[in-house]
Design a protein around this ligand. Structure first.
Ligand SMILES: [Zn+2]
Length: 275
């Protein structure tokens, strides 16, 4: 099985690596993006049949030596370092995606970097700054396998920093990197199977069909709160049933039921008096 080492650049306590202050006064540390994206990448790669090793899962800043050592010891086939870029200190217009390889890298590494760069750009629709070569990036220089460092947008660009903060963009970057790795290895990329589970959950029309939660659904029907369609089909998913069960446990219906009962009792009482 092909083993991919994933390096979430920096640590939460690394000085300097952060956005300027957003309008609301908050900042985002680069490692917040790197760590989340590394995790998404690991999940995406495993889904596509790769084995992964996270070489810097700690909150503190794992040394570059340790990161490289872990990948070398594990005999990983490729090393992916995830970063967000920065230019200067305040907000500015520098933007886009770039990938880095060691300047003495072979053609395979260049090919891998090009595939990753292409797919991350396609996925995020950000500017393509291309693949660049460096002679001094430690993790690229001392890893014994192909190594690519991806800069997934600029912390110093307000639009990109806002994206870098979002889970959607982090996922997109991870899926883009995964696609690039699949391209390189000639594997047909498999996207996350959200459609089967999220779009078409099983629907239940009667209380009898439900595997659980019958009692609470009965109660809702008895109170006239749940009626279903004109034929009386309930059209319930288990997610809905579970929400009702949680609300029931929280006593939401209990209170309402008592109100209904006391209102009924009052009504009955008044009627009785009138009668
Ligand atoms: Zn970085």
């Amino acid at each position: 099985m092909t083993l991919i080492a994933i390096d979430a650049g920096h640590g939460m306590d690394t000085a300097g690596k952060r956005t300027p202050a957003f309008e609301d006064g908050t900042i985002m540390k680069e490692n917040e993006f790197n760590e989340a994206t590394a995790w998404y990448l690991s999940e995406a790669l495993k889904r596509n049949g790769f084995a992964t090793i996270l070489v810097a899962p700690e909150k503190n800043d794992t040394s570059l030596q340790t990161r490289v050592q872990r990948a070398n010891d594990a005999k990983a086939d490729a090393y992916i370092s995830i970063h967000a870029n920065a230019y200067g200190n305040g907000w500015n217009s520098a933007n886009g995606i770039e990938s880095w390889i060691y300047d003495k890298s072979d053609a395979n590494t260049l090919h891998l970097a090009e595939e990753i760069e292409k797919e991350v750009v396609a996925m995020t629709k950000r500017k393509d700054r291309g693949v660049k070569r460096s002679s001094d990036l430690y993790v690229l220089r001392y890893t014994k396998m192909m190594a690519v460092l991806v800069e997934c947008g600029f912390l110093t660009n307000l639009e990109e920093a806002t994206l870098l903060r979002s889970q959607k963009y982090r996922k997109d970057c991870a899926e883009g990197i995964c696609k690039g790795i699949c391209d390189y290895y000639g594997i047909i990329y498999t996207a996350e199977a959200t459609q089967q589970t999220d779009c078409c959950p099983k629907r239940y029309e009667t209380v009898q069909q439900l595997p659980y939660g019958k009692e609470v659904i009965h109660m809702l029907i008895d109170n006239g709160w749940l009626q279903g369609d004109e034929k009386g089909n309930l059209d319930l998913t288990l997610d809905m049933v579970r929400i009702f069960m949680v609300l029931d446990r929280a006593g939401v219906f209990e209170e309402k039921q008592q109100k209904t009962i006391s209102a009924k009792e009052k009504k009955n009482g008044k009627r009785k008096k009138k009668a």
